[in-house]
Design a protein around this ligand. Structure first.
Ligand SMILES: Nc1ncnc2c1ncn2[C@@H]1O[C@H](COP(=O)(O)OP(=O)(O)OP(=O)(O)O)[C@@H](O)[C@H]1O
Ligand SMILES: [Mg+2]
Length: 270
């Protein structure tokens, strides 16, 4: 069995590909890259009910993979370039043949992918880490699940200035409920929930717009969004709300958080 390990800035993801391409997945918190790779393998074996001897090859990718040599726990490891893994994983999970694949991890990377070819177009430091950092600073929430729940319960209009706040009617294609300025209406002391909603809104409106501009430049009709940050339910809602204005739908596949690890494993198995 070939397994893919994606050692990111925050978490390490592992995916095993079974003989019929079935996927077995596990996640561990990234601390030391070498320790987290070994920890991920341990967790994977217990989830999958497999033994070390069942793993024939390891594909490693992600920022932390630079610390991995050519074997992990005695099993041969091959490095796969992260953007190739992001592209291939995004295509596999969405079923698309060519697409813009956006990985919203600790930061954000935007890749144009077609078959095994992937090209990194650029990215942004605005990503999941921004949500965690601002959530701590503004809402006083340190736990990821608590922050995601607060964002679902909150209302970003408690912190954002909308077109309706400054104009009696729609402006061009922008409806009155479109955001004019993120965090542009900070009159009173907002609740932790409204802060959380405003943070997720700002990050995903920014990521969504970067993706829309990149898709236009690349003539990509499909945008696939992956990464662990997509576990925030309201993140998907923010992207959905861009549709009426820009006419672009974002595909967020099931297993979005495993796209890069899966892509790495596929890269070596095809
Ligand atoms: N249980 C969790 N604990 C912490 N963060 C989580 C958790 N679940 C989801 N996240 C979100 O996922 C983000 C990290 O995403 P992901 O694991 O895809 O990034 P990464 O691969 O480690 O980083 P990068 O790809 O930028 O190198 C965090 O910043 C946070 O917003
Ligand atoms: Mg990543």
């Amino acid at each position: 069995m070939i397994i893919g390990i994606d050692i990111g800035g925050t978490t390490t993801k592992i995916v095993g590909l079974g003989p019929n391409k079935e996927k077995i997945c596990a996640t561990v918190k990234a601390s030391d890259p070498v320790a987290s790779a070994a920890g991920a393998i341990g967790k994977f074996l217990s989830v999958a009910g497999k033994k070390m001897g069942d793993i024939s090859l390891i594909a490693v990718t992600g920022v932390g993979s630079a610390a991995i040599a050519d074997e992990v726990l005695g099993i041969k490891a091959i490095h796969v370039e992260e953007f190739s893994a992001v592209g291939l994983g995004g295509l596999e999970l969405s079923g698309a043949e060519r697409a813009l694949v956006v990985s919203v991890g600790t930061g954000t990377a935007i890749v144009h992918a077609e078959g095994r070819q992937a090209r990194h177009l650029g990215g942004s430091g605005i990503g999941g880490g921004t949500i965690l950092g601002l959530g701590k600073a503004l809402a006083g929430i340190t736990d990821f699940d608590t922050l995601a729940l607060a964002a679902s319960r909150g209302d970003e209009r408690g912190v954002d200035l909308t077109i309706g706040d400054i104009s009696p009617k729609a402006v061009g294609t922008l409806p009155r409920d479109a955001t004019a300025s993120n965090f542009g209406k900070m009159a009173d002391r907002p609740s932790a929930e409204d802060f959380s909603a405003g943070i997720v809104n700002m990050v995903f409106q920014t990521v969504g717009m970067l993706a829309i501009f990149a898709s236009r430049a690349e003539h990509d009709e499909t945008i696939v969004v992956v990464g662990n940050t997509m576990k925030i339910p309201s993140a998907r809602e923010v992207l959905k709300r861009l549709y009426p204005i820009y006419g672009i739908q974002f595909i967020v596949p099931e297993l979005a958080q495993y796209a890069t690890a899966l892509g790495a494993a596929l890269y070596l198995s095809e």
